[in-house]
Design a protein around this ligand. Structure first.
Ligand SMILES: *Cc1c(COP(=O)(O)O)cnc(C)c1O
Length: 400
């Protein structure tokens, strides 16, 4: 079948909750993907940073296939021989005492919010039903009704109310605004170290540190959503590491499986995650042995292959080269590690047409919001592959 036939089928039978580029992919390897006509593309989105380890990483695939042949799902009614090892390995890598496994990022965020509320009532002594969580304008934490309820993106909310109460929004990057919103009922402040979906927005230096200090001062939990920034994307294990900030709860997902399977988790210490008692929370697939085996290998690959270091080195290079592009369309270039965004001026008439043109040049990326192009290739990318991509990016950003 041809591209147009797949597009027609999808448009006819699948809900239109996305507007994908019309490229139908059938194979991937490392930083490259191929469409059904055999065209090759450099993947500069990495499935929103789920493919940090590159497409079809042979070690993760091997772990997945072997585990799939042994045991895939037990439910948490029984134990399995993979989850304990993942929990131990993740805690040793990240320095947290516990983890709680889920599947999607949104579920990890919901879990962290539940943990924070529970902590607020049981430890901080907030009156029942009064817990407040402070979130940031421009946030993206997923798509459940609770989560879109505190989104500031009108489209994410429109038509989906009524929403969960107990959330307050403050401007991102403004620690004074956060402090001003604190009440005796505040249990948590939830923040992305860099807002990825929000347009690769990097907060002012010292913001996360100040947020950490305020959380300590007012007895509030700091929840970092590292689902996109975590696991090496910004050139450190976590985005918060850039300011040596240790959050109380961290959500991870996406690259936790290297893109092979939905695997997410919340990391925390006994004083928060330890509050969950049997029956308080759960998930049929969360912590299943297939997911755990995949995640174990995906995390080992990040470390063994030096991908976090590579993200920093190649990311510095990518940012430097993007910043030097002389284009009347570019308003700002920003990012950290291999999470970069190019904000276009109004006269560029939207980022979408640049993403379309880059696709025709063999490079896949996606606009975030109207006017930001995000470039976030897999962390396995080499200098030569980046140069190949930058040639196309320069051509399109100066030529359209
Ligand atoms: C992608 C993302 C999520 C949601 O993850 P899903 O797996 O799509 O539910 C949450 N937070 C951040 C920062 C993300 O980038």
């Amino acid at each position: 079948m041809k591209t147009e036939e797949y597009v027609a089928l999808e448009d006819r039978y699948n809900a239109h909750n996305y507007q994908p580029l019309d490229v139908v992919l059938e194979r991937g390897e490392g930083v490259w993907v191929w469409d059904v006509e055999g065209n090759r593309y450099l993947d500069c989105l990495s499935s929103y940073s789920a493919i940090n380890q590159g497409h079809a990483h042979p070690r993760i695939r091997q772990a997945m296939v072997e585990q799939a042949a042994r045991l895939t799902l037990t439910g948490r009614a029984f134990r399995n021989d993979q989850l304990p090892l993942l929990a131990k390995e993740l805690c040793e890598l990240t320095g947290y005492e516990m983890m709680l496994p889920m599947n999607t990022g949104a579920e990890a965020v919901e879990t962290a919010l539940k943990a924070a509320r529970k902590w607020g009532y049981m430890v901080k002594g907030v009156p029942d039903g009064r817990a407040e969580v402070i979130t940031c304008a421009g946030n993206f934490h997923g798509r459940t009704i609770t989560i879109v309820g505190f989104s500031t993106e009108e489209q994410y909310r429109d038509g989906f109310g009524p929403f969960t109460p107990g959330f307050i929004t403050v401007p991102y990057g403004d620690a004074d605004a956060f402090e001003g919103a604190i009440t005796p009922h505040t249990v948590a402040f939830m923040v992305e170290p860099i807002q990825g979906e929000g347009g690769v927005v990097v907060p002012p230096e010292g913001y996360l540190r100040r947020a950490r200090d305020l959380c300590d001062e007012y007895e509030i939990l700091l929840i970092a959503d590292e689902i996109q920034t975590g696991l090496g994307r910004t050139g450190k294990l976590f985005g918060c590491d850039w300011e040596s900030v240790r959050p109380d709860l961290v959500t991870i997902g996406k690259a936790l499986s290297g893109g092979f399977y939905p695997v997410s988790a919340v990391l925390g210490d006994r004083d928060t995650l330890g509050l969950f008692k049997p029956g308080d929370h759960g998930s049929t697939f969360g912590g299943n042995p297939l997911a755990a085996a995949i995640a174990r290998e995906a995390v080992k690959v990040l470390v063994d292959e030096g991908l976090i270091e590579n993200a920093r080195i190649q990311g510095d290079y990518l940012l430097g080269r993007l910043a030097r592009i002389e284009s009347d369309y570019i308003a700002e270039v920003r990012g950290r590690g291999l999470l970069t965004g190019v904000e276009l001026k109004a006269e560029a008439r939207g980022a979408r047409r640049f993403a379309e043109a880059l696709k025709d040049e063999g490079l896949l990326c996606k606009e975030t919001h109207e006017n930001v192009l995000r470039f976030a290739p897999p962390l396995v990318i080499t200098r030569e592959e980046l140069d190949w991509g930058l040639e196309r990016i320069e051509k399109v950003l100066t030529g359209l």
